[in-house]
Design a protein around this ligand. Structure first.
Ligand code: CDP
Ligand code: CDP
Length: 247
């Protein structure tokens, strides 16, 4: 190997090491299936940071609401339910397990019934207050990548670096179809596209913490990107921001 390329590789790893020591808060927001979770997980892995999938937390609460037989629109009822609800995220190998009152619900929260009800449950202030409190506590010491809808705008408006991921509706519906196929379902892309559109509409028009790009967020359109490219863009931009701020 030529000394020059050895130096380049050394600098590359040194930069990663530096980032892993900086305990930054990185926020990734965006609509459904834009690539937030996949990117956040891999970026966190690369930097040795904690990854918090805030959507999984809202999904876990929604699963409990459905199991209890409450209406997703019943804010006071859900408020009372939350007093005895505990949602935790546990890292296990390369994946994150979602624990609801001690039970592993990682698969259950992806059920289509949960997906259909989650936007209604998460528009309630009482739900958001409880989730945001948890998320801020998890991120208090930094060294964290959080992804969701309101991370850069509400949960951590002072996050060190913010991203807003987007992708065309066709790409997003295809991605969801592939995921569901891998689970053994045979969904219709047009219907999936309609469901995604409707969830985005509800999430971005609600009164409390609507889905929207923070003014200082870096927008990334992932429609034509591979996952590796998405991760590289995010890590490079984080490095760029650090250099820019003299970090
Ligand atoms: O993975 P997918 O894009 O399907 O959604 P998710 O990230 O699992 O989030 C599910 C739902 O939770 C969203 O559609 C929002 O209604 C809600 N959510 C939210 O309100 N705020 C967040 N920070 C994250 C998710
Ligand atoms: O978290 P969010 O709902 O924004 O998206 P995701 O769960 O990270 O990604 C949705 C699906 O698209 C996953 O199955 C990814 O593997 C896939 N995907 C992607 O995120 N980016 C690409 N460039 C291609 C596929």
């Amino acid at each position: 190997m030529r000394p020059q390329s050895e130096l380049r590789i050394f600098l590359f790893h040194f930069c990663d090491w530096l980032l892993s020591r900086r305990n930054l808060v990185i926020a990734i927001d965006g609509p459904a299936a834009s690539g937030k979770s996949t990117t956040a997980r891999l970026v966190a892995e690369k930097l040795g940071y904690l990854h918090v999938d805030t959507g999984a937390m809202y999904r876990a609460v929604t699963l409990k609401v459905l199991r209890t037989g409450l209406s997703p629109a019943d804010a006071p009822g859900i408020g009372r339910l939350l007093e005895t609800t505990h949602v935790a995220l546990r890292r296990e190998g390369g994946t994150i397990r979602v624990i609801l009152d001690g039970e592993d619900v990682t698969d259950g929260i992806r059920d289509p019934a949960v997906t259909r009800a989650v936007s209604t449950v998460s528009r309630h202030r009482v739900v958001r207050d409880a989730m945001v409190r948890e998320q801020r506590a998890m991120g208090a010491d930094g060294g964290i990548v959080l992804e969701g809808r309101d991370i850069g705008t509400v949960v951590f408006p002072d996050a060190d670096v913010k991203f807003f991921m987007t992708a065309g509706i066709e790409a997003r519906a295809r991605r969801r179809r592939d995921e569901l196929r891998a689970r053994g379902d045979a969904p219709d892309v047009a219907r999936l596209a309609e469901e995604i559109r409707e969830r985005d509409r509800q999430d971005s028009t609600r009164e409390e913490s609507p889905l929207k790009k923070a003014e200082d967020a870096i927008e990334i359109d992932t429609s034509e990107m591979t996952i590796d490219e998405q991760v590289r863009v995010v890590v490079d931009r984080v490095k760029g921001e650090l250099e820019g701020s003299g970090g």
